[in-house]
Design a protein around this ligand. Structure first.
Ligand SMILES: [Zn+2]
Length: 76
């Protein structure tokens, strides 16, 4: 069962639907929007061909999500 989580920024409640959709989230919807997104997404080209190969790299991109620092709302 999904239980509501406290928001790390404003102390409010993160709705269970959001926790279910994004289990890694630590802030509520409003705070996430105010932060411009909870995560910074970094895209890295995937290397499929070996180094020095003449083949073109048709690989896609792998994405990494970096959590932004969460400041308490009242200290900003
Ligand atoms: Zn919040």
């Amino acid at each position: 069962m999904i239980v509501p989580q406290p928001c790390a920024r404003c102390g409010g409640e993160i709705p269970p639907e959001r926790v279910e959709a994004m289990p890694e989230t630590m802030v509520c919807v409003a705070c996430s929007q105010e932060m411009g997104g909870e995560f910074t997404v970094i895209m890295t080209p995937e290397r499929i061909s070996k180094e020095g190969s003449l083949k073109k790299n048709y690989g896609g991109y792998s994405t990494r999500k970096i959590r932004k620092p969460i400041k308490p709302k009242n200290s900003e």
